[in-house]
Write a protein that binds this ligand. Structure first.
Ligand SMILES: [Zn+2]
Length: 410
């Protein structure tokens, strides 16, 4: 049994109860914050992209803070610092995603309707009626908001507030919608001990393939009488992604119309709506994956290592929430005591899980058709079984770098 530590980062989205007075205060503060972010964005625009991640850019932030807020280590300087950091993050992400170097992420700052709070500028607390948060909005004025959360949010908040639990929170973003609804996005971090069992400690291996056509596909394989050189497979679980994709496309269209009309608040509202919908979908999907795996314990869940897949904040609607779903699968698996392993998924979608032949031409959208052994299968289910089998192969042979070796397969 191998144990490693892994840092898990998540964002918890909580709805806040507000009042007209508090809401006006929030709006004024967000406007001020956006003005600072807009100013930093103008500065960053005049740099070469290589400078966005250089010390030059942090110097600009620091010098600006000294000039604008001399001798002030207070609340407005802290907000301005967060605005500067947020802008640079957006520019760096823009650059590292191969966007043209003569362009920049314009329109994201100045008129948007959110702000970021440094870790020590908001305080979470529990009371008899649930949870609340104190936001340091402006000098000398702190506001309390009751958190309206579901079961998931409450469980996470309880963990953050539990001194014996090592999950901690980082900064948070306060998002205000057109309809004045307030949402707090709290980032969290925890070190999770990842225990990967040996092959002889599990009965089943559950491979999980994440895709855009299907949100997840889980497939379990088991050894035949304890002999992993031959395996049998169980009925896979497949969750279609059609509804999610439809929702995403609808919001993408709506957003471009709003963008064309110059309605940046509307654009932001679309993105917020999508973030909440995604949170809900990934909660449901991760729960379903765990329920599937629970039938096969003792088992190991095998996920694709997405290190080489880059998820960014550049287009929050268009991107598929692979990381978010994986993180939720990880922590729900941990709660159920099911170990999770990763493998490099190279080749898993183009290889036949029955005979091991690899050919890109075998796959056509949802269908996989092997011309070598004649297997016809759901393409993502085929990939899920390959992910499980690959983990078995890796456990038996440390030096397996690819899976298109039929002799190793059977
Ligand atoms: Zn085949």
């Amino acid at each position: 049994m191998e144990t490693t530590k892994k840092e898990v980062n998540r964002t918890i989205i909580c709805k806040l109860a507000s009042s007209q007075r508090k809401d006006e205060h929030v709006q004024t503060t967000i406007d001020a914050w956006q003005e600072m972010a807009g100013w930093f964005s103008d500065q960053a625009m005049s740099f070469q992209p290589s400078q966005w991640s250089s010390p030059t850019s942090s110097n600009i932030i620091n010098n600006t803070l000294k000039r604008e807020f001399p001798g002030d280590n207070g609340i407005m300087a802290a907000h301005a610092q967060q605005a500067g950091i947020k802008v640079l993050e957006a520019y760096k992400s823009w650059n590292s995603n191969g966007r043209p170097s003569d362009s920049h992420p314009s329109g994201q700052f100045g008129d948007a309707t959110y702000m970021r709070f440094r870790v020590d500028y908001f305080e979470l607390a529990a009371n008899d009626s649930g949870y609340g948060v104190k936001l340091k909005l402006s000098p000398g004025v702190h506001e309390w908001f009751r958190i309206i959360g579901g079961e998931h949010q409450h469980r996470d908040l309880a963990r953050i507030l539990d001194e014996n639990d090592q999950m901690t929170h980082g900064s948070a973003e306060l998002h205000r919608q057109v309809d004045s609804l307030l949402f707090l996005h709290i980032t969290t971090k925890e070190q999770v001990a990842v225990v990967t069992p040996d092959l002889d400690e599990v009965d089943h291996v559950v491979g999980v393939d994440l895709g855009e056509r299907t949100i997840y596909t889980a497939g379990a394989i088991s050894s035949l009488d304890g002999d992993w050189s031959e395996v049998s497979k169980d009925q896979p679980a497949i969750e279609p992604g059609r509804e999610f994709r439809h929702h995403r496309d609808r919001l993408t269209d709506k957003r471009s119309q709003l963008q064309a009309a110059g309605d940046l608040q509307g654009v932001k509202a679309c993105e917020d709506e999508h973030a909440r919908y995604t949170d809900q979908v990934t909660h449901q999907a991760s729960r379903a994956v765990i329920e599937y795996a629970e039938q096969f314990t003792p088992c190991v869940i095998v996920l694709e290592d997405l290190t080489n897949y880059r998820e960014t904040a550049h287009d929050p609607i268009h991107e598929w929430p692979f990381h978010q779903l994986q993180e939720k699968i990880r922590y729900k698996a941990k709660e159920q005591g099911i170990p999770v392993a990763d493998i490099d998924p190279a080749g898993t979608s183009n290889t036949c899980h029955q005979c091991g032949t690899m050919d890109r031409a075998f796959r056509d959208r949802n269908e996989f058709e092997c011309e070598c052994c004649g297997l016809e299968y759901h393409a993502d289910a085929n990939a899920a079984f390959n992910i499980a089998k690959l983990w078995v192969l890796r456990s038996q042979h440390d030096d397996v770098s690819r899976i298109n070796d039929c002799s190793m397969w059977i």
